[in-house]
Every structure is written in structure tokens, then in C-alpha cells.
Design a protein. Structure first.
Length: 487
């Protein structure tokens, strides 16, 4: 059995070879940059086509960069160092470590306890269950950088158990009773919470890195700055989403007093907080305090702790207390997988910038947008709209962000849009665009695959929520960022 899909592999290799050997290098572009682009495009095409597991594709891409020496033609040793340079990026390790830490949520059962606690408090009506699911997801978002694990691995089983308790299932043809609505809420909470914290989805640190590179480190967004910027638009979006979906796809069952009883039964069966859960809560609180920079605020800048060092501290505590074992860490395949493929994509994106290709491409975008003679706000909307709805053609937010974010940010800066404003707007769009399709991110096929929502309903709900979320981020976000002095 082949380890790769032949047709998508042929397409990706053909694209890479065509860029390298057939398509002439445009004027103003460094040949080495064009060759890095060929490897990059082939890799992104392979990711979109799901040719192989993304980690395996990353290793192949790193190998090609090292062997061809495109980043350093004069030194084979230097080319290998360049190819492996992504592994030295602390933001990549921040996400990997945070995924390892989040394993404790499922191992200890704390994630389920949080979900059932919200349902016990708000679950007397179906709309209340929708808000309970959303608030539970928001609560665990800061320490679950895998949005797939959060929405699909933790929240979806809770949602399904609630739907099943009311006799609503795809198999019995009763999805519209309550299951369809809850599945839609389960999914659409995920893009919003992913947009609210650097550590809520894996690509967000990549965005931080791309912003720093685009501004020569003049803008280095911190965990606190991101969370504060997304706080108000995120809360407004979370407040609107369950209600909007309730109006669009009203469940047949409106009152659900049994849901609170069901949740309380689950909590009773779990018993009181055990030692592991208490330690997880303590580590969760410590991470938030240190990531938010509270010691530095209280005692001075010398007490500021690097975000990746904070994640290392949290993981170390869980290992010392045996909440997590080293076997747990070794078994956290998604963390190691993320570290590998992030390293490859960050490395290639970095050299596309260093070799001048991002600057050239952003100039092309800038020229196209500026020809419409709009003010900077109109140009920001145009850039964000094109960037956002291009996600219909992507099955990976990481691939989309890696391919397009830096160029659109550079174009926005060149067009005179306030730098931090366009950086934050595109950053929000990078998560919110997950709402569009049933293949938009890893969480989508899990929830869609459970069968509660028909394809047409999924796409219609995705389009409506994309418009609602974008309106909130542009409207509320713009005003909020003005108050914060970000533009």
C-alpha cells in the first residue's frame, strides 16, 4: 500500500517543477526566492490534497530545501542549518508544549467537568445549552491550542451525549429535535474562541511571528495584547452566535429541564475534584497569570517571563506531580506532529520574506487594491474579504495563513493602513474563516461527520456566521482597538 496518494502527489510535484523550471522568474524576484516558492507551493498543494500526513510532508520539504541549497547556495552546511532553523523558533515550541499540557484536561476529566458544570447551570432551555457549550469552550480555549482537540475531542462528545439524552440522533431521523442546533453551536463556537487567544489554535503563533518579521520586530504581539484586542469582539460574537443559529435553525425542543439533571448526574458520577484535577486548575491559573504578565505589572519588567518558558514551567509541574507522565508526553502525537510541520512552514515562510518574494507579491496586491481609489478603511475591508473567503479553497488554516497572511499584511502596510489594525483584523479573520465549510479545519469533519447537520445547512450557516463574525470584528473590533490606542 502506497504511503501517499498518487494523483494529489503528481499535482503537487508538477506545480513545483513548473515553477522551478518552466515559469520564468518575474522581474524583480531573486531566483533563489522563486525556487523556495516552488518548494513552498508544492508543499501547500500536497497539504491541501492530503497527499500524506502533514508531518511527513514537512520532513520531505525540509529535505528538499537542505539538498537543493536554495537558501544558501554557497554552503551546503549553511543550507542544512537554514532548513532546520524552524525548530529554533520558541513560538513553535509554545504551541507544542501547550498541546502536551492540554492532554491533562482529558486525562483528568477536568474538560468534561467544566462542560457539564456549564450545562447544569444554563441548560433548562435549548438556547441555554447552546450558551453553556460556548462558555465551556471559551473557558478551556487559552490552554488548548488544538482547536480540533477542543471542539472535536472535548466538547463534541458532551454535545452528543446531551442530544442522545433527548432522543435526537441522525440514525433515528430526529436531528432537528435538538441535535442539529447543538452541533452547529458546537462548531461555530470553535472559530470564535480560536480567534481570542494566541494559545487557542496552533497557527496563531505563526501569525505573531509573521507580524514581527513584516515589521522588523517593531510590533511583537504578546499573549496579553492579543487576548485584550480580541476580548470585546470575541465576547460579542460568542453572545450573538447561539442566538443567531437559534433563529436560523430553531430546534423542535425548546425547553430542556432534563439537561440540567443529566449534567448533574454526570458530575455526581465523576465525584469531587480529585488531586489531578486540582493540580490542573492550579497550573491553568498559573499559566494565565504568567502569560498575562501580571507579575511584571505588579513588580516591574524584570519579572516578565517568556511565554514559552511559562509553558515549560507548566508542563514541568504536571510531570513532577505525575498528573502527566513522560509516556503521556511521548504519546501526544499531535504535539510532536505540530512541532515538525510548523518548523517546516515557518522556515519556508521566513526565507520567502528574507529573499524578497513576500515584498514583491505584496506589491502586486497593493497595486490591484489601490487602483480602486478607496480610503484605508475600504482597502482594509477589501484585503480582509479576499483573504477570508479564499478559505473556500483551503482545507487547512495553517496552509492558508502560511500562503497568504504575510503578503496581505505587507500589502496593507504599503497601502497606508495602520499596521497593528490590519495585523489584528487579518489575525481574527484567520480563525473566523474556519466557519465557512465542512472541511475548513480539523474540527469540521469530526462534527459534520457525526451526521446531525446536512451539507447545505452547514454551508448556509457557515456563510451567515462568517458575515456576522466579520461584522463584529470590523465594527466592534475597530472601535475597541481605537479605545485601546492600537490605531
Amino acid at each position: 500500500m502506497l504511503a501517499f496518494k498518487p494523483l494529489p502527489s503528481l499535482v503537487s510535484v508538477t506545480l513545483g517543477l513548473a515553477l522551478w523550471f518552466v515559469i520564468p522568474v518575474p522581474d524583480g524576484v531573486n531566483p533563489e526566492a522563486w525556487h523556495v516558492l516552488a518548494i513552498f507551493v508544492a508543499t501547500i498543494a500536497a497539504i491541501i490534497g492530503k497527499t500524506m500526513r502533514i508531518g511527513a510532508l514537512a520532513i520531505i520539504a525540509i529535505t528538499v530545501v537542505a539538498l537543493t541549497g536554495v537558501t544558501n547556495p554557497e554552503s551546503s552546511k549553511g543550507a542544512v542549518s537554514d532548513a532546520l532553523s524552524g525548530f529554533s523558533n520558541p513560538l513553535i515550541w509554545l504551541i507544542g508544549l501547550a498541546i502536551m499540557i492540554s492532554r491533562g484536561l482529558s486525562k483528568t476529566g477536568l474538560g468534561n467537568r467544566i462542560g457539564y458544570a456549564f450545562i447544569a447551570a444554563f441548560g433548562k432551555r435549548t438556547l441555554g445549552i447552546g450558551y453553556a457549550l460556548s462558555l465551556a469552550e471559551l473557558t478551556i480555549a487559552p490552554i488548548t491550542p488544538s482547536n480540533t482537540a477542543r471542539g472535536g475531542g472535548i466538547m463534541h462528545p458532551i454535545m452528543r451525549s446531551i442530544a442522545d439524552s433527548f432522543g435526537s440522533s441522525p440514525e433515528s431521523g430526529t436531528s432537528k429535535k435538538i441535535g442539529e442546533y447543538l452541533a452547529l453551536v458546537n462548531y461555530h463556537a470553535n472559530p470564535i474562541t480560536s480567534a481570542m487567544f494566541i494559545t487557542a489554535t496552533a497557527p496563531n503563533p505563526l501569525i505573531v511571528d509573521l507580524i514581527a518579521k513584516a515589521t522588523d520586530s517593531a510590533i511583537s504581539i504578546t499573549w496579553t495584547q492579543w487576548a485584550l484586542a480580541a476580548l470585546l469582539p470575541g465576547l460579542v460574537a460568542i453572545a450573538l452566535m447561539p442566538a443567531v443559529l437559534y433563529v436560523l435553525y430553531p430546534p423542535e425542543l425548546k425547553r430542556t429541564p432534563d439537561a440540567t439533571s443529566f449534567a448533574r448526574e454526570q458530575l455526581t458520577a465523576m465525584g469531587p475534584l480529585d488531586r489531578g484535577e486540582k493540580i490542573m486548575i492550579g497550573v491553568f491559573g498559573l499559566l494565565l497569570i504568567l502569560w498575562a504578565g501580571i507579575p511584571a505589572m505588579l513588580f516591574g519588567p524584570e519579572f516578565k517571563v517568556n511565554s514559552t518558558a511559562v509553558a515549560l514551567l507548566g508542563l514541568s509541574i504536571l510531570l513532577v506531580t505525575n498528573v502527566l507522565t513522560w509516556d503521556d508526553i511521548l504519546g501526544e502525537k499531535s504535539a510532536w506532529d505540530t512541532i515538525v510541520w510548523f518548523a517546516a512552514l515557518v522556515m519556508m515562510a521566513s526565507f520567502l520574506g528574507k529573499l524578497g518574494l513576500i515584498g514583491w507579491f505584496s506589491g502586486v496586491i497593493e497595486e490591484g487594491i489601490s487602483s480602486f481609489n478607496m480610503g484605508w478603511f475600504g482597502m482594509a475591508l477589501a484585503l480582509t474579504g479576499v483573504y477570508f473567503y479564499a478559505h473556500y479553497f483551503f482545507a487547512s488554516t495553517t496552509a492558508h495563513i502560511t500562503a497568504m497572511y504575510a503578503a496581505f499584511l505587507a500589502a496593507g502596510i504599503a497601502l497606508g493602513i495602520p499596521t497593528l489594525y490590519i495585523a489584528l483584523l487579518l489575525a481574527g479573520a484567520s480563525s473566523l474563516m474556519m466557519s465557512l465549510t465542512h472541511y475548513a479545519t480539523g474540527t469540521a469533519p469530526i462534527i459534520f461527520g457525526s451526521g446531525y447537520v446536512e451539507l447545505g445547512t452547514w454551508w448556509k450557516a457557515g456563510l451567515v456566521m462568517s458575515l456576522v463574525n466579520l461584522t463584529v470584528w470590523v465594527g466592534v473590533g475597530s472601535l475597541w482597538w481605537k479605545v485601546l490606542g492600537y490605531w
